[in-house]
Design a protein around this ligand. Structure first.
Ligand code: FCB
Length: 513
Protein backbone atom coordinates (compact mmCIF):
# COMPACT_ATOMS: atom_id res chain seq x y z
CA UNK A 1 0.00 0.00 0.00
CA UNK A 2 1.27 3.43 -0.74
CA UNK A 3 1.25 6.68 1.07
CA UNK A 4 -0.81 8.23 -1.67
CA UNK A 5 -3.42 5.56 -1.24
CA UNK A 6 -4.65 7.45 1.74
CA UNK A 7 -6.27 10.71 2.49
CA UNK A 8 -2.81 11.78 3.27
CA UNK A 9 -0.99 13.89 5.61
CA UNK A 10 -3.28 16.86 5.86
CA UNK A 11 -6.09 14.97 7.50
CA UNK A 12 -3.87 12.57 9.38
CA UNK A 13 -1.45 15.19 10.54
CA UNK A 14 -4.37 17.44 11.17
CA UNK A 15 -5.96 15.04 13.61
CA UNK A 16 -2.96 14.66 15.78
CA UNK A 17 -0.55 17.45 15.11
CA UNK A 18 -1.61 20.16 17.53
CA UNK A 19 -1.92 17.67 20.37
CA UNK A 20 1.29 15.89 19.58
CA UNK A 21 3.70 18.75 19.21
CA UNK A 22 5.57 19.46 22.42
CA UNK A 23 5.77 22.95 23.85
CA UNK A 24 8.65 24.81 22.28
CA UNK A 25 8.28 22.89 19.05
CA UNK A 26 8.44 25.88 16.82
CA UNK A 27 11.48 27.37 18.44
CA UNK A 28 13.20 24.00 18.23
CA UNK A 29 12.66 23.64 14.52
CA UNK A 30 15.17 24.70 11.96
CA UNK A 31 15.77 24.88 8.28
CA UNK A 32 13.11 26.94 6.63
CA UNK A 33 12.04 25.25 3.45
CA UNK A 34 11.43 27.83 0.81
CA UNK A 35 9.88 26.63 -2.38
CA UNK A 36 11.90 23.71 -3.61
CA UNK A 37 12.71 25.48 -6.84
CA UNK A 38 10.69 25.66 -9.98
CA UNK A 39 8.32 22.83 -10.54
CA UNK A 40 9.84 20.52 -13.06
CA UNK A 41 8.29 19.91 -16.39
CA UNK A 42 7.60 16.37 -15.27
CA UNK A 43 4.62 17.87 -13.50
CA UNK A 44 1.58 19.49 -14.95
CA UNK A 45 -0.15 18.77 -18.15
CA UNK A 46 2.72 17.09 -19.96
CA UNK A 47 1.34 14.37 -22.13
CA UNK A 48 4.50 13.10 -23.70
CA UNK A 49 3.50 9.47 -23.50
CA UNK A 50 0.01 9.89 -24.74
CA UNK A 51 1.15 12.00 -27.65
CA UNK A 52 4.15 9.91 -28.57
CA UNK A 53 3.50 7.88 -31.66
CA UNK A 54 3.62 4.32 -30.37
CA UNK A 55 5.46 2.17 -32.79
CA UNK A 56 4.00 -1.29 -32.98
CA UNK A 57 7.04 -2.94 -31.41
CA UNK A 58 9.22 -1.52 -28.67
CA UNK A 59 12.44 -3.36 -27.88
CA UNK A 60 13.78 -3.28 -24.33
CA UNK A 61 17.48 -3.02 -23.51
CA UNK A 62 19.60 -6.13 -23.76
CA UNK A 63 19.83 -8.01 -20.44
CA UNK A 64 16.65 -6.37 -19.17
CA UNK A 65 15.19 -8.18 -16.18
CA UNK A 66 11.57 -9.28 -16.46
CA UNK A 67 10.17 -10.22 -13.11
CA UNK A 68 7.41 -10.35 -10.60
CA UNK A 69 7.39 -9.22 -6.99
CA UNK A 70 5.96 -10.70 -3.81
CA UNK A 71 6.44 -10.26 -0.06
CA UNK A 72 6.86 -12.88 2.66
CA UNK A 73 3.79 -12.08 4.74
CA UNK A 74 1.61 -11.74 1.65
CA UNK A 75 2.39 -15.20 0.24
CA UNK A 76 4.22 -17.54 2.61
CA UNK A 77 1.66 -18.55 5.24
CA UNK A 78 3.20 -21.01 7.74
CA UNK A 79 3.12 -18.18 10.23
CA UNK A 80 4.39 -20.19 13.14
CA UNK A 81 6.24 -23.09 11.56
CA UNK A 82 9.82 -24.23 11.97
CA UNK A 83 10.68 -21.82 14.74
CA UNK A 84 9.40 -18.63 13.10
CA UNK A 85 8.68 -15.87 15.60
CA UNK A 86 5.58 -13.70 15.69
CA UNK A 87 5.65 -10.59 13.48
CA UNK A 88 3.71 -7.37 13.89
CA UNK A 89 1.53 -8.46 10.97
CA UNK A 90 0.67 -11.76 12.72
CA UNK A 91 -0.35 -9.82 15.82
CA UNK A 92 -2.19 -7.10 13.88
CA UNK A 93 -4.15 -9.39 11.56
CA UNK A 94 -5.23 -11.56 14.49
CA UNK A 95 -6.82 -8.57 16.20
CA UNK A 96 -10.52 -8.27 15.38
CA UNK A 97 -11.59 -5.53 12.98
CA UNK A 98 -8.20 -4.79 11.45
CA UNK A 99 -8.47 -6.63 8.11
CA UNK A 100 -11.33 -6.79 5.63
CA UNK A 101 -13.50 -9.88 6.12
CA UNK A 102 -11.34 -10.94 9.08
CA UNK A 103 -8.73 -12.39 6.71
CA UNK A 104 -5.20 -13.10 7.92
CA UNK A 105 -1.92 -14.10 6.32
CA UNK A 106 -1.76 -17.31 8.38
CA UNK A 107 -2.01 -19.41 5.22
CA UNK A 108 -1.89 -16.75 2.45
CA UNK A 109 -0.70 -18.59 -0.71
CA UNK A 110 1.12 -21.27 1.32
CA UNK A 111 4.23 -20.43 -0.63
CA UNK A 112 6.34 -21.64 2.29
CA UNK A 113 5.39 -25.13 1.13
CA UNK A 114 4.54 -24.49 -2.51
CA UNK A 115 7.57 -22.45 -3.58
CA UNK A 116 8.50 -25.06 -6.16
CA UNK A 117 5.13 -24.53 -7.84
CA UNK A 118 5.76 -20.81 -7.77
CA UNK A 119 9.12 -21.17 -9.46
CA UNK A 120 7.42 -23.34 -12.07
CA UNK A 121 4.97 -20.50 -12.71
CA UNK A 122 7.85 -18.08 -13.21
CA UNK A 123 9.53 -20.46 -15.60
CA UNK A 124 6.32 -20.80 -17.55
CA UNK A 125 6.24 -17.00 -17.76
CA UNK A 126 9.88 -16.88 -19.03
CA UNK A 127 10.91 -14.60 -16.17
CA UNK A 128 14.49 -13.95 -15.18
CA UNK A 129 14.08 -12.02 -11.93
CA UNK A 130 12.08 -12.71 -8.78
CA UNK A 131 11.71 -10.04 -6.13
CA UNK A 132 10.73 -11.68 -2.84
CA UNK A 133 11.24 -10.74 0.77
CA UNK A 134 12.81 -12.46 3.72
CA UNK A 135 10.69 -12.67 6.83
CA UNK A 136 12.88 -11.24 9.58
CA UNK A 137 11.19 -13.33 12.34
CA UNK A 138 11.87 -16.52 10.37
CA UNK A 139 15.56 -15.67 10.61
CA UNK A 140 15.58 -14.09 14.08
CA UNK A 141 12.36 -15.08 15.87
CA UNK A 142 12.57 -12.29 18.44
CA UNK A 143 14.60 -9.86 16.37
CA UNK A 144 17.86 -10.36 18.22
CA UNK A 145 20.47 -13.05 18.70
CA UNK A 146 21.50 -16.01 16.67
CA UNK A 147 19.83 -17.20 13.51
CA UNK A 148 17.07 -19.80 13.24
CA UNK A 149 18.68 -22.33 10.92
CA UNK A 150 15.30 -23.54 9.61
CA UNK A 151 14.58 -20.06 8.34
CA UNK A 152 17.97 -19.72 6.72
CA UNK A 153 17.56 -23.14 5.10
CA UNK A 154 14.17 -22.24 3.65
CA UNK A 155 15.53 -19.17 1.88
CA UNK A 156 18.68 -21.03 0.90
CA UNK A 157 16.62 -23.68 -0.88
CA UNK A 158 14.52 -21.03 -2.59
CA UNK A 159 17.59 -19.13 -3.78
CA UNK A 160 19.29 -22.30 -5.06
CA UNK A 161 16.21 -23.33 -7.00
CA UNK A 162 15.85 -19.86 -8.51
CA UNK A 163 19.45 -19.87 -9.66
CA UNK A 164 18.96 -23.28 -11.12
CA UNK A 165 15.94 -21.94 -13.04
CA UNK A 166 18.10 -19.01 -14.23
CA UNK A 167 16.01 -16.53 -12.30
CA UNK A 168 17.79 -13.76 -10.41
CA UNK A 169 16.97 -13.81 -6.69
CA UNK A 170 16.22 -10.15 -5.92
CA UNK A 171 15.82 -9.96 -2.18
CA UNK A 172 13.99 -7.44 -0.02
CA UNK A 173 15.22 -7.55 3.56
CA UNK A 174 12.27 -5.76 5.12
CA UNK A 175 8.78 -5.87 3.65
CA UNK A 176 6.94 -4.78 6.79
CA UNK A 177 7.02 -7.87 9.08
CA UNK A 178 8.97 -6.62 12.10
CA UNK A 179 9.48 -9.22 14.84
CA UNK A 180 6.77 -8.49 17.43
CA UNK A 181 9.36 -8.57 20.23
CA UNK A 182 11.05 -5.53 18.68
CA UNK A 183 7.74 -3.72 18.46
CA UNK A 184 7.21 -4.51 22.15
CA UNK A 185 10.55 -2.82 22.77
CA UNK A 186 9.38 0.36 20.99
CA UNK A 187 9.34 -0.60 17.30
CA UNK A 188 10.60 1.72 14.58
CA UNK A 189 10.35 4.88 16.70
CA UNK A 190 12.96 3.30 18.99
CA UNK A 191 16.47 4.19 17.85
CA UNK A 192 17.78 0.79 18.94
CA UNK A 193 15.76 -0.87 16.15
CA UNK A 194 18.23 0.53 13.61
CA UNK A 195 21.03 -1.50 15.19
CA UNK A 196 18.83 -4.59 15.41
CA UNK A 197 18.12 -4.19 11.70
CA UNK A 198 21.77 -3.98 10.73
CA UNK A 199 22.53 -7.12 12.80
CA UNK A 200 19.79 -8.95 10.93
CA UNK A 201 21.08 -7.66 7.58
CA UNK A 202 24.52 -8.99 8.42
CA UNK A 203 23.11 -12.45 9.26
CA UNK A 204 21.16 -12.57 5.99
CA UNK A 205 24.14 -11.33 3.95
CA UNK A 206 26.47 -13.90 5.48
CA UNK A 207 23.97 -16.73 4.98
CA UNK A 208 22.85 -15.94 1.44
CA UNK A 209 25.27 -13.40 0.02
CA UNK A 210 27.41 -16.04 -1.64
CA UNK A 211 24.46 -16.60 -4.01
CA UNK A 212 22.40 -13.40 -3.79
CA UNK A 213 24.00 -10.24 -5.11
CA UNK A 214 21.05 -7.88 -5.52
CA UNK A 215 19.32 -6.64 -2.37
CA UNK A 216 16.79 -4.10 -1.22
CA UNK A 217 17.03 -2.93 2.36
CA UNK A 218 13.43 -1.71 2.68
CA UNK A 219 10.13 -1.87 0.89
CA UNK A 220 8.25 1.44 0.86
CA UNK A 221 9.57 3.04 4.04
CA UNK A 222 7.15 5.95 3.87
CA UNK A 223 4.17 3.61 3.70
CA UNK A 224 4.99 1.38 6.63
CA UNK A 225 5.93 4.32 8.85
CA UNK A 226 2.89 6.36 7.82
CA UNK A 227 0.26 3.61 7.72
CA UNK A 228 1.67 1.79 10.73
CA UNK A 229 2.51 4.62 13.12
CA UNK A 230 0.40 7.61 12.11
CA UNK A 231 -2.67 6.35 10.33
CA UNK A 232 -2.91 3.05 12.18
CA UNK A 233 -4.41 1.01 9.34
CA UNK A 234 -1.34 -1.22 9.05
CA UNK A 235 0.68 -3.03 11.69
CA UNK A 236 1.43 -2.13 14.41
CA UNK A 237 -1.68 0.08 14.28
CA UNK A 238 -0.45 3.18 16.11
CA UNK A 239 -1.87 6.65 15.61
CA UNK A 240 0.81 9.01 16.79
CA UNK A 241 2.45 11.85 14.95
CA UNK A 242 5.50 11.72 17.16
CA UNK A 243 5.93 7.98 16.61
CA UNK A 244 5.60 8.51 12.88
CA UNK A 245 8.18 11.29 12.67
CA UNK A 246 10.61 9.42 14.90
CA UNK A 247 10.08 6.18 12.99
CA UNK A 248 10.99 7.89 9.72
CA UNK A 249 14.28 9.03 11.17
CA UNK A 250 15.09 5.64 12.72
CA UNK A 251 14.36 3.95 9.40
CA UNK A 252 16.73 6.37 7.70
CA UNK A 253 19.37 5.52 10.30
CA UNK A 254 18.66 1.81 9.71
CA UNK A 255 19.01 2.31 5.97
CA UNK A 256 22.49 3.78 6.49
CA UNK A 257 23.52 1.14 9.03
CA UNK A 258 22.05 -1.73 6.99
CA UNK A 259 23.82 -0.52 3.86
CA UNK A 260 27.18 -0.49 5.66
CA UNK A 261 26.56 -3.91 7.25
CA UNK A 262 25.71 -5.48 3.91
CA UNK A 263 28.69 -3.99 2.13
CA UNK A 264 31.00 -5.01 4.98
CA UNK A 265 29.81 -8.60 4.77
CA UNK A 266 29.56 -8.71 0.96
CA UNK A 267 31.52 -5.96 -0.79
CA UNK A 268 30.25 -7.12 -4.21
CA UNK A 269 26.59 -6.76 -3.26
CA UNK A 270 24.33 -4.34 -5.17
CA UNK A 271 22.19 -2.59 -2.59
CA UNK A 272 19.09 -0.42 -2.99
CA UNK A 273 15.68 0.21 -1.47
CA UNK A 274 12.26 -0.11 -3.11
CA UNK A 275 10.67 3.30 -2.62
CA UNK A 276 6.99 3.97 -3.18
CA UNK A 277 6.82 6.81 -5.66
CA UNK A 278 4.11 8.75 -7.41
CA UNK A 279 4.16 11.58 -9.94
CA UNK A 280 2.98 14.56 -7.92
CA UNK A 281 1.03 17.04 -10.04
CA UNK A 282 -0.31 20.44 -9.02
CA UNK A 283 -4.10 20.68 -9.17
CA UNK A 284 -3.83 24.03 -11.02
CA UNK A 285 -1.11 26.19 -12.55
CA UNK A 286 -0.99 28.46 -9.51
CA UNK A 287 2.37 28.95 -7.82
CA UNK A 288 0.83 27.81 -4.54
CA UNK A 289 -0.30 24.50 -5.99
CA UNK A 290 3.03 23.99 -7.70
CA UNK A 291 4.77 24.44 -4.37
CA UNK A 292 2.29 22.02 -2.78
CA UNK A 293 3.18 19.46 -5.46
CA UNK A 294 6.87 19.88 -4.60
CA UNK A 295 6.13 19.29 -0.93
CA UNK A 296 4.08 16.24 -1.88
CA UNK A 297 7.03 14.95 -3.90
CA UNK A 298 9.35 15.52 -0.93
CA UNK A 299 7.25 13.57 1.58
CA UNK A 300 6.03 10.86 -0.78
CA UNK A 301 9.01 10.14 -3.00
CA UNK A 302 12.30 11.28 -1.53
CA UNK A 303 11.95 11.46 2.28
CA UNK A 304 14.08 8.31 2.50
CA UNK A 305 16.10 8.80 -0.67
CA UNK A 306 17.48 12.28 -0.12
CA UNK A 307 18.95 11.38 3.31
CA UNK A 308 20.58 8.31 1.75
CA UNK A 309 22.09 10.08 -1.24
CA UNK A 310 22.59 13.63 0.02
CA UNK A 311 22.60 13.38 3.82
CA UNK A 312 19.66 15.76 4.26
CA UNK A 313 15.89 15.82 4.53
CA UNK A 314 13.98 17.28 1.59
CA UNK A 315 11.79 20.35 1.97
CA UNK A 316 8.43 18.83 2.81
CA UNK A 317 7.48 20.87 5.88
CA UNK A 318 7.69 24.61 6.41
CA UNK A 319 10.17 23.73 9.17
CA UNK A 320 12.03 20.49 9.74
CA UNK A 321 10.95 19.19 13.18
CA UNK A 322 14.44 18.10 14.15
CA UNK A 323 13.92 17.96 17.89
CA UNK A 324 10.63 16.12 17.55
CA UNK A 325 12.30 13.63 15.24
CA UNK A 326 15.17 13.23 17.68
CA UNK A 327 17.81 13.96 15.08
CA UNK A 328 21.05 13.76 17.02
CA UNK A 329 24.31 15.38 16.14
CA UNK A 330 26.15 13.32 13.54
CA UNK A 331 22.97 11.56 12.38
CA UNK A 332 22.90 13.12 8.95
CA UNK A 333 26.18 11.39 8.21
CA UNK A 334 24.84 8.10 9.55
CA UNK A 335 21.78 8.16 7.30
CA UNK A 336 23.93 8.31 4.20
CA UNK A 337 23.80 5.21 1.99
CA UNK A 338 25.16 5.56 -1.55
CA UNK A 339 22.63 3.14 -3.02
CA UNK A 340 23.69 1.19 -6.10
CA UNK A 341 20.22 1.49 -7.56
CA UNK A 342 16.91 3.16 -6.84
CA UNK A 343 13.98 0.77 -6.66
CA UNK A 344 10.71 2.36 -7.73
CA UNK A 345 7.26 1.04 -6.89
CA UNK A 346 4.77 3.08 -8.87
CA UNK A 347 1.05 2.62 -9.36
CA UNK A 348 -0.38 6.07 -10.03
CA UNK A 349 -0.11 9.83 -9.62
CA UNK A 350 -0.93 12.28 -6.85
CA UNK A 351 -2.76 15.56 -7.30
CA UNK A 352 -1.62 18.20 -4.84
CA UNK A 353 -3.08 21.56 -3.95
CA UNK A 354 -2.48 24.24 -1.39
CA UNK A 355 -5.00 24.85 1.38
CA UNK A 356 -6.43 28.39 1.55
CA UNK A 357 -4.57 31.11 3.43
CA UNK A 358 -7.36 31.20 5.96
CA UNK A 359 -6.95 27.52 6.68
CA UNK A 360 -3.19 27.83 6.94
CA UNK A 361 -3.55 30.59 9.47
CA UNK A 362 -6.28 28.83 11.39
CA UNK A 363 -4.73 25.37 11.66
CA UNK A 364 -1.18 24.74 12.69
CA UNK A 365 -1.07 21.53 10.69
CA UNK A 366 -1.99 23.33 7.48
CA UNK A 367 0.78 25.77 8.19
CA UNK A 368 3.40 23.10 8.86
CA UNK A 369 2.45 20.90 5.90
CA UNK A 370 0.37 23.08 3.58
CA UNK A 371 -0.64 20.38 1.14
CA UNK A 372 -3.83 18.58 0.25
CA UNK A 373 -3.16 15.35 -1.65
CA UNK A 374 -5.42 12.90 -3.41
CA UNK A 375 -5.13 9.35 -2.17
CA UNK A 376 -5.59 7.21 -5.23
CA UNK A 377 -4.69 9.28 -8.26
CA UNK A 378 -6.77 11.70 -10.30
CA UNK A 379 -10.22 11.37 -11.80
CA UNK A 380 -9.49 11.23 -15.53
CA UNK A 381 -8.20 7.71 -15.96
CA UNK A 382 -10.05 4.43 -15.49
CA UNK A 383 -10.07 2.91 -12.00
CA UNK A 384 -8.89 -0.53 -10.98
CA UNK A 385 -11.05 -2.63 -8.68
CA UNK A 386 -9.27 -1.24 -5.61
CA UNK A 387 -10.13 2.27 -6.83
CA UNK A 388 -6.72 3.49 -8.00
CA UNK A 389 -6.56 5.54 -11.19
CA UNK A 390 -4.69 3.98 -14.13
CA UNK A 391 -2.25 6.68 -15.31
CA UNK A 392 0.77 5.34 -17.23
CA UNK A 393 2.13 8.84 -17.77
CA UNK A 394 2.99 8.87 -14.06
CA UNK A 395 5.67 6.25 -14.64
CA UNK A 396 7.26 8.28 -17.42
CA UNK A 397 7.10 11.52 -15.43
CA UNK A 398 8.53 10.04 -12.25
CA UNK A 399 11.30 8.00 -13.83
CA UNK A 400 12.48 10.93 -15.93
CA UNK A 401 12.40 13.24 -12.91
CA UNK A 402 14.45 10.87 -10.75
CA UNK A 403 16.84 10.46 -13.66
CA UNK A 404 17.26 14.24 -13.88
CA UNK A 405 17.41 14.98 -10.17
CA UNK A 406 19.87 12.26 -9.18
CA UNK A 407 22.33 12.26 -12.05
CA UNK A 408 20.95 9.34 -14.02
CA UNK A 409 20.97 6.65 -11.35
CA UNK A 410 20.42 2.97 -12.07
CA UNK A 411 16.69 2.35 -11.64
CA UNK A 412 14.87 -0.92 -11.07
CA UNK A 413 11.10 -0.91 -11.32
CA UNK A 414 10.43 -3.01 -8.27
CA UNK A 415 6.62 -2.96 -8.48
CA UNK A 416 3.73 -1.89 -10.65
CA UNK A 417 0.42 -3.60 -11.04
CA UNK A 418 -3.33 -3.53 -10.71
CA UNK A 419 -6.15 -5.17 -8.78
CA UNK A 420 -8.76 -6.69 -11.05
CA UNK A 421 -10.83 -9.38 -9.48
CA UNK A 422 -11.60 -11.44 -12.58
CA UNK A 423 -12.09 -15.12 -11.79
CA UNK A 424 -12.15 -18.25 -13.96
CA UNK A 425 -14.79 -18.38 -16.71
CA UNK A 426 -16.79 -21.50 -17.57
CA UNK A 427 -13.76 -23.07 -19.19
CA UNK A 428 -11.50 -22.24 -16.27
CA UNK A 429 -9.64 -19.44 -18.06
CA UNK A 430 -9.02 -16.05 -16.45
CA UNK A 431 -9.59 -13.43 -19.15
CA UNK A 432 -8.03 -10.42 -17.43
CA UNK A 433 -7.67 -8.17 -20.45
CA UNK A 434 -7.68 -5.03 -18.30
CA UNK A 435 -4.50 -6.22 -16.56
CA UNK A 436 -2.81 -6.76 -19.93
CA UNK A 437 -3.78 -3.23 -20.92
CA UNK A 438 -2.43 -1.84 -17.65
CA UNK A 439 0.99 -3.44 -17.99
CA UNK A 440 1.18 -2.74 -21.68
CA UNK A 441 0.61 0.97 -21.18
CA UNK A 442 2.90 1.26 -18.17
CA UNK A 443 5.61 -0.59 -20.06
CA UNK A 444 5.18 1.71 -23.06
CA UNK A 445 5.61 4.69 -20.74
CA UNK A 446 8.70 3.08 -19.26
CA UNK A 447 10.16 2.38 -22.69
CA UNK A 448 9.65 6.03 -23.52
CA UNK A 449 11.54 7.07 -20.37
CA UNK A 450 14.38 4.73 -21.34
CA UNK A 451 14.44 6.21 -24.83
CA UNK A 452 14.70 9.64 -23.19
CA UNK A 453 17.79 8.57 -21.25
CA UNK A 454 16.69 6.77 -18.07
CA UNK A 455 18.89 3.84 -17.03
CA UNK A 456 16.22 1.29 -16.16
CA UNK A 457 17.27 -2.31 -15.67
CA UNK A 458 14.08 -4.17 -14.78
CA UNK A 459 10.31 -4.30 -14.46
CA UNK A 460 8.64 -6.35 -11.75
CA UNK A 461 4.91 -6.84 -12.06
CA UNK A 462 3.08 -6.85 -8.76
CA UNK A 463 2.39 -9.66 -8.34
CA UNK A 464 3.24 -13.22 -9.30
CA UNK A 465 0.17 -14.46 -7.46
CA UNK A 466 -3.07 -13.15 -6.07
CA UNK A 467 -2.20 -12.74 -2.40
CA UNK A 468 -2.91 -11.17 0.97
CA UNK A 469 -3.30 -7.46 0.28
CA UNK A 470 -2.67 -6.05 3.78
CA UNK A 471 -5.76 -4.31 5.25
CA UNK A 472 -7.75 -5.42 2.18
CA UNK A 473 -7.12 -9.07 3.05
CA UNK A 474 -7.75 -11.52 0.23
CA UNK A 475 -10.30 -9.25 -1.46
CA UNK A 476 -7.99 -7.65 -4.05
CA UNK A 477 -6.35 -9.77 -6.74
CA UNK A 478 -3.12 -8.38 -8.22
CA UNK A 479 -1.63 -11.62 -9.58
CA UNK A 480 -0.55 -12.72 -13.03
CA UNK A 481 -1.58 -16.12 -11.69
CA UNK A 482 -4.93 -16.78 -10.04
CA UNK A 483 -5.00 -18.44 -6.64
CA UNK A 484 -7.96 -20.45 -5.40
CA UNK A 485 -7.46 -19.79 -1.70
CA UNK A 486 -9.48 -22.88 -0.72
CA UNK A 487 -7.41 -25.38 -2.68
CA UNK A 488 -4.28 -23.23 -3.19
CA UNK A 489 -4.43 -24.17 -6.86
CA UNK A 490 -2.62 -21.69 -9.11
CA UNK A 491 -3.74 -20.88 -12.67
CA UNK A 492 -1.86 -18.57 -14.99
CA UNK A 493 -4.14 -15.79 -16.17
CA UNK A 494 -4.24 -14.40 -19.71
CA UNK A 495 -2.05 -11.57 -18.43
CA UNK A 496 0.56 -14.09 -17.28
CA UNK A 497 0.63 -15.63 -20.75
CA UNK A 498 0.90 -12.23 -22.35
CA UNK A 499 3.72 -11.22 -20.00
CA UNK A 500 5.53 -14.48 -20.80
CA UNK A 501 5.62 -13.47 -24.45
CA UNK A 502 6.89 -9.98 -23.69
CA UNK A 503 9.63 -11.44 -21.49
CA UNK A 504 10.62 -14.09 -24.04
CA UNK A 505 10.87 -11.56 -26.87
CA UNK A 506 12.19 -8.68 -24.72
CA UNK A 507 9.74 -6.73 -26.82
CA UNK A 508 6.48 -4.92 -26.25
CA UNK A 509 3.88 -5.12 -28.97
CA UNK A 510 1.51 -2.22 -28.75
CA UNK A 511 -0.98 -3.26 -31.42
CA UNK A 512 -4.02 -5.46 -30.73
CA UNK A 513 -3.48 -8.16 -28.12
C1 FCB B 1 2.58 -1.92 -2.58
C2 FCB B 1 3.18 -2.89 -1.58
C3 FCB B 1 2.89 -4.32 -1.92
C4 FCB B 1 1.46 -4.49 -2.40
C5 FCB B 1 1.14 -3.53 -3.52
C6 FCB B 1 -0.24 -3.66 -4.07
O1 FCB B 1 2.43 -0.66 -2.03
O2 FCB B 1 4.57 -2.73 -1.54
O3 FCB B 1 3.19 -5.11 -0.81
O4 FCB B 1 0.59 -4.37 -1.35
O5 FCB B 1 1.29 -2.22 -3.04
Amino acid sequence: MRLTRRELVRSALGASLAAALPAGFFSACSGSSKAAGAVSSAFGASSAVRQAPLSSEIAFPRNFFWGTATAAYQIEGAWKEDGKGESIWDRFSHAPGTIKNGDTGDAACDSYHRWRDDIALMRAMNLNSYRFSISWPRIQPSGTGSANSNGIDYYGRLVDALLEAKIRPFVTLYHWDLPQALEDAGGWPNRDTASRFSDYVEIAARALGDRVTDWMLFNEPSVFTFSGYLEGVHAPGHQSLLDFLRATHVVNLAQGAGFRALKAARPQARVGTAFNMSACEPATDSEADKLAAERAHAITNVWFLEPALQGRYPAAFTYLPETVMRIASGDMEKVRAPLDFIGINLYNRTIASSPSTLKRIAHVQDWLFPVTMTSSGGEQGPKTDIGWEVWPQALYDLVTRITRDYNRPVIEITESGCAYNDGPDASGEIRDTRRIEYHRHYLAALAHAIADGADVRSYHAWSLLDNFEWAEGLSQRFGLAYVDFKTQQRTIKDSGRWYAKVAAENLLRVGPI
